[in-house]
Design a protein around this ligand. Structure first.
Ligand SMILES: [Zn+2]
Length: 435
C-alpha cells in the first residue's frame, strides 16, 4: 500500500496552491497581487491562534475576505506600497541592493500583526470550483487586540460611536462577515483537504512571524520580507515608526549582518512517528498518553534532536519511551502538522526486543497488538471521515475480532500519520496472508 499518492490532510498531491516563491522578493509583485480584484484574505487573531470561519458556507469553510470586506474594517491600504513621504526613498544609498529590494514593512510592531502572501490558486477558494482567472491568497493576522487603542478598535469594529473592548471588536467583525473566529484546531480539522492545506500554510507562517519579532543574533527588532517568508534584522538602522534610515557610522552591527546568514526563515520542527513491529512482524506496538481520549492508542512519536538522524531519533524514542530496541528503520510518509509548525516523519521500525518498559512520564500504557486487534479501529476511523483516503473495503470481511476489550481500542483520527501507519500495516499484513 502506498499512501504517498493519496490525498493527505494539511498537504497532498492535489494541492492547488502555487506559492510563487520566485516572485515574492519583488515588492511590485506583492503590491499588485494584494490589490488584485481576485485577492482573498484569510483573517486571524493573536498570531493565528484563531482563524475566521464562514457561518454561511454549505460546507465547513474558511472565510475568504474580499477587498470590500477589508475596507469595512479599515484594512484597505496596500502595505506593500511605500508610505510617502518616507518609505524606501529614505534608505541610505550604501544599503545592499538586495536588502532594499527585499525589505518591506508589513508587520505592525505594536500589535505584532502581519500580512502573509500564501500564493496563487486556480480555483475559487470559497467554492473550490475551477476558475478561468487565478485567485491570490493572503493571510492577515490582526495580532493582539488588547494592544489596540480605542480608536483603532473602533476602526476595526466599523463603529466609531461606541466604546470597544477586544471582545466586542471581535464580535463586530464576526457579525459583519457572518463568520466566527474559531481556535485553529477546532476549525481546521473540519475543513476539506484543499482548505486544510491553505489553513496550515497560513497558520504556520503567521505563527512564525508572530513569535519571531526579534533578531535571534542581537535581540533587536526584525522585519518581515518576501510576503512573510523571511525576516531581516534592522539593528544599526535608525528606526522611526515604520520607516528605516541608515546612519553613516552605526555604533553596533548585528552579527547576522556580517555574513550571508543575515536572515531568519520560517521554522519547521521535525518529529518522528514510528510504527514498531515485533521481531517476527506479527504485532504492532501502540501506546497511549494520559491526555489521550479514553482507549485511544497511537504510534510512538518525538522530536528529532539536534545533530540526530531520523533513524537515530526513532531508535532513541523507542528505547526512551518503551524500552524497546529497534534496528531496521523504514521511511514511509510525511505530513505537515501545523500545531504550530511540525513535520511528521512516519516510519516503520523492526523491534529486536519485546519486553515493554514504559517511561511513566510521557506514556501511560504501551502494548503489542495483532492486526486483528486493531482492524476494528481502522475500519471505525475510516467510516467516520469523508476524506479521500484509500479505504480498506477488502479488509471489512476480515474484521473477525471477538475480543470485546480490544474492539474498544481507538486510533487517532484519519488525518494523522499515526492512523496512516497503523492502517498501512494492516494492509501489509493482509497482503502477507496474516490477516
Ligand atoms: Zn540582529
Amino acid at each position: 500500500m502506498n499512501i504517498s499518492t493519496a490525498t493527505q490532510f494539511f498537504s497532498g498531491d492535489s494541492f492547488l496552491l502555487n506559492r510563487l516563491s520566485d516572485s515574492r522578493p519583488s515588492l511590485e509583485f506583492l503590491a499588485s497581487k494584494f490589490s488584485h480584484q481576485n485577492a482573498r484574505f484569510v483573517l486571524s487573531l493573536y498570531g493565528s491562534s484563531s482563524l475566521l470561519f464562514s457561518k454561511t458556507s454549505a460546507f465547513p469553510s474558511l472565510f475568504f475576505a474580499s477587498h470590500a470586506n477589508l475596507s469595512s474594517i479599515g484594512l484597505a491600504n496596500n502595505p506593500f506600497l511605500p508610505p510617502a513621504p518616507h518609505g524606501r526613498s529614505s534608505f541610505h544609498p550604501k544599503t545592499p541592493q538586495r536588502t532594499v529590494q527585499e525589505y518591506q514593512s508589513v508587520i505592525n510592531p505594536k500589535h505584532q500583526a502581519s500580512y502573509v502572501f500564501l500564493g496563487e490558486i486556480s480555483h475559487d477558494p470559497s467554492s473550490l470550483k475551477p476558475s478561468p482567472e487565478s485567485f491570490y491568497l493572503w493571510a492577515i493576522d490582526l495580532g493582539n487586540l488588547a494592544s489596540y487603542s480605542q480608536s483603532e478598535l473602533c476602526a476595526l469594529a466599523s463603529n466609531p460611536e461606541q466604546n470597544q473592548t477586544p471582545e466586542s471588536c471581535q464580535t463586530s467583525i464576526e457579525t459583519a462577515f457572518d463568520a466566527e473566529f474559531l481556535p485553529f484546531r477546532q476549525g481546521a480539522l473540519q475543513l476539506n483537504t484543499t482548505q486544510s492545506q491553505i489553513s496550515a500554510l497560513a497558520r504556520s507562517l503567521i505563527d512564525w512571524n508572530y513569535r519571531n519579532q526579534f533578531c535571534p543574533s542581537c535581540g533587536n527588532k526584525n522585519w518581515s520580507a518576501q510576503g512573510g517568508y523571511k525576516r531581516l534584522c534592522v539593528s544599526g538602522f535608525e528606526q522611526n515608526d515604520n520607516t528605516l534610515s541608515f546612519p553613516e557610522n552605526p555604533e553596533f552591527t548585528c552579527p547576522s549582518q556580517k555574513s550571508l546568514n543575515n536572515f531568519a526563515f520560517p521554522r519547521t520542527d521535525p518529529v518522528v512517528i514510528v510504527a514498531i513491529t515485533s521481531p517476527c512482524n506479527t504485532k504492532i506496538l501502540l501506546a497511549r498518553k494520559s491526555i489521550f481520549p479514553k482507549n485511544r492508542y497511537s504510534c510512538i512519536a518525538g522530536f528529532v534532536d539536534a545533530a540526530e538522524s531520523i533513524e537515530e531519533a526513532v531508535r532513541r524514542e523507542a528505547l526512551e519511551e518503551t524500552g524497546i530496541k529497534v534496528d531496521q528503520v523504514e521511511y514511509f510518509t510525511s505530513q505537515p502538522w501545523p500545531f504550530p509548525n511540525s513535520l511528521m516523519i512516519g516510519c516503520f521500525a523492526r523491534a529486536t526486543t519485546t519486553e515493554i518498559t514504559i517511561d511513566g512520564n510521557e506514556l501511560e500504557d504501551a502494548k503489542w497488538f495483532t492486526a486483528k486487534d486493531v482492524l476494528p479501529a481502522v475500519i471505525k476511523s475510516e467510516s467516520e471521515t469523508n476524506l479521500q483516503f484509500i479505504k480498506s473495503d477488502h479488509l471489512l470481511s476480515k474484521n473477525t475480532s471477538s475480543d470485546d476489550s480490544l474492539s474498544e481500542i481507538l486510533l487517532p483520527p484519519p488525518i494523522a500519520v499515526g492512523f496512516f501507519l497503523t492502517q498501512a500495516w494492516c494492509h501489509r499484513q493482509a497482503e502477507l496472508g496474516k490477516l
